[in-house]
Design a protein around this ligand. Structure first.
Ligand code: GLA
Length: 342
């Protein structure tokens, strides 16, 4: 250790920043060289809203692969609320990172996060959930990579219609349960897309029931579905969709709690990450019938690489990148994952 005094001062500053949410990043001075690690080594933050969700763990895994391959340092931070997200940026600035990728816990924080990133001289790229400006519209000036939400919703709706027909379910005793989380644009577009497509295929609007989740996790979906099931106890066959696998998983568990089984439920999630795969691996099929496999690899690896190139070579990423998905079931998932090198 060449300069212990300098190092301990830095540690103290970082600790202060972590505790108070204030740090050198609040000043207008921009870091020139990283304080730790090899001189000139690029340091990139990857902040996610739900670190416990398999989707975000996969994004981190692929971001780490990008870091290892390109020899930059990746700082993974879970930020479940706005306060933690803003403190994370101060923390990154204090560590003299040069940029970060973020899936924000609240899209309305967009202007505050963008302003803080700018003041701290940190490059910014959003992943998954696009920032909303003060006018409530997507902040098109912030670089973003997300899914083609409405198209993916359409895939879900069409697949639900096909499955209903395949099973020979009568329109009279079949209903669609839509787990919604409308405060998040990408979620609303997915469930609206699914609804649009199934209605276009002839499904009766009057047989579509929405259950609004208070939180976008399994317990949030479980609670919302339970309320809906109490109000609609006479339905024999349930088609089911939601913004992601957690939404569908929570609803499937609620339906199972009422004695419904795979024979009565056809649920299709979105993400295709570990939680969904563990359903497919169960010996007996569950109501979690299928999912749209998204590209966590592109979301984690590509965003980090875009950020790395931007920092190290000045090449700015595209303003907006949209990714697609592919339907997987317990019959097809192994072949598809293999095909995609997963
Ligand atoms: C949102 C959801 C995640 C995942 C991503 C994909 O952030 O919360 O579960 O579906 O979108 O972009």
């Amino acid at each position: 250790m060449k300069n212990p005094t300098k190092l301990s001062a830095l540690v103290a500053v970082s600790a202060f920043a972590l505790l108070t949410g204030c740090g050198p990043g609040d000043s207008k001075t921009s870091p020139a060289t990283p304080a730790t690690g090899a001189p000139g080594k690029v340091k990139i933050g990857f902040i996610v809203k739900q670190p416990e969700e398999p989707w975000f763990q996969l994004e981190w895994k692929f971001a780490q692969q990008a870091a290892d391959a390109n020899h930059f340092e990746l700082v993974k931070i879970g930020a479940v609320d706005g306060e933690k997200a803003l403190a994370a940026i101060d923390n990154l600035a204090a560590q003299q990172a040069q940029g970060f990728v973020i899936c924000t816990p609240d899209t309305k924080l967009g202007p505050a996060i963008a302003a803080k990133a700018k003041a701290s001289n940190l490059k910014l790229l959003t992943v998954d959930d696009q920032f909303l400006g003060a006018d409530g519209k997507p902040m098109a000036d912030v670089h973003h990579l997300g899914i083609s939400a409405r198209n993916i919703g359409h895939m879900v709706g069409k697949a639900l219609d096909a499955e209903m027909k395949k099973r020979g379910w009568n329109a009279a005793d079949t209903a669609l349960c839509v787990m919604t989380f409308d405060e998040l644009d990408t979620a609303r577009e997915r469930t609206e897309g699914a609804t649009e497509a199934i209605v276009a295929a002839g499904f009766a609007k009057g047989k579509i029931f929405k259950a609004a989740q208070k939180t976008s996790d399994v317990p949030g979906a479980f609670d919302a579905a339970n309320i809906l099931l109490t109000q609609n106890s006479g339905v024999k066959h349930w088609l089911l969709c939601g913004m992601n696998d957690s939404a569908v998983m929570g609803a499937v568990r609620a339906m199972e709690g009422r004695g419904l089984t795979a024979e009565n439920i056809a649920g299709i999630g979105i993400n295709g990450s570990d939680d969904c795969l563990s359903e497919f691996k169960k010996a007996k099929p569950t109501g979690f019938f299928a999912s749209v496999l998204l590209s966590a690899k592109r979301h984690g690896q590509e965003t980090s690489e875009m950020m790395f190139k931007w920092i190290s070579t000045g090449v700015e990423p595209a303003k907006a990148t949209y990714t697609d998905g592919v339907l997987i079931t317990r019959e097809t998932y192994q072949a598809i994952l293999k095909e995609q090198g997963l």
